[in-house]
Design a protein around this ligand. Structure first.
Ligand SMILES: [Zn+2]
Length: 261
């Protein structure tokens, strides 16, 4: 089955954005063009929908990508310094996003990137040796200099995921709906696999405006999610995954294990 056939079943979302995914601090306003995952506003047309989305069509370092099986080892280091945060889920018309309170971060080669939010795609956006997973979570971080770093976590169909169970109890079903139940906290580290080995490469946002210069860190070990949990998400967003983009000669690093503090 090809990538294109598995992402065909999609819902069309045509709603003003609360905030483009991953761009909470980049100041895009209400004039942003509508986009979706299918048809005339779908991924192959994003670059034509607005001058601001030009890189979606002309960029050479775009994400997601297909990750090959064998990549070079790297001396890069990554460390996770996450804390718990009050649960705040938003349906922004393109995904379910959990906003994160300040104070959680990762260190990448000793540079600090603050965790802003994490959100979900179904199917996964990155693939491994041509195969997608059921879903993918993206933890979006930003450095003081404005650089974005995203940690990707593959979700494969299997056992019920207790962390996601806590989130899914409060899934905002409608576009622009927000759920912030009193007294409920989550800890993002609970969605990461025990083995923090990961693949790094230089890419882009996977949604318009597809800005490049994003430091991608895709964890190699998937975590499990039940069929029913996948269905709860895909009932709201079915196929919110951009197809994989050309590598254009990009190199990968493999980090064998990230530490937690
Ligand atoms: Zn994403």
């Amino acid at each position: 089955m090809t990538r294109n056939t598995v992402v065909m079943r999609v819902i069309v979302v045509c709603a003003a954005l609360v905030a483009p995914i991953g761009l909470t601090a980049q100041g895009h306003g209400a004039a942003d063009a509508h986009w979706s995952y299918v048809g005339a506003e779908g991924p192959t047309h994003w670059g034509d929908l607005s001058p601001a989305y030009g890189q979606c069509g002309t960029g050479s370092l775009q994400s997601p990508i297909d990750i090959p099986r064998n990549v070079a080892l790297s001396t890069t280091s990554i460390a996770f310094h996450y804390r718990s945060t009050p649960l705040e889920l938003i349906n922004n018309g393109h995904t379910i996003q959990a906003n994160y309170a300040p104070g959680s971060y990762i260190l990448l080669d000793d540079e600090r990137y603050e965790l802003l939010q994490f959100h979900f795609h179904g199917l996964s956006e990155h693939t491994v040796a041509g195969r997608p997973f059921a879903m993918e979570a993206h933890f979006v971080h930003k450095s003081a200099s404005g650089r974005l770093a995203v940690v990707g976590v593959f979700l494969k169909q299997g056992s019920t995921n207790p962390f996601l169970g806590g989130l899914w109890d409060h899934l905002p079903q409608e576009a622009h709906q927000k759920e912030a139940p009193t007294g409920v906290s989550i800890h993002g580290i609970d969605l990461l696999p025990e083995d923090r080995s990961l693949i790094q490469y230089s890419g882009s946002l996977t949604t318009p405006p597809c800005s490049e210069g994003v430091y991608w860190n895709v964890l190699q070990t998937p975590v499990e999610i039940s069929e029913a949990q996948v269905a709860s998400f895909t009932a709201i967003f079915h196929g919110n995954a951009r197809p994989v983009q050309p590598l254009n000669g990009r190199a990968f690093n493999q980090v064998t294990a990230g530490s937690i503090h």
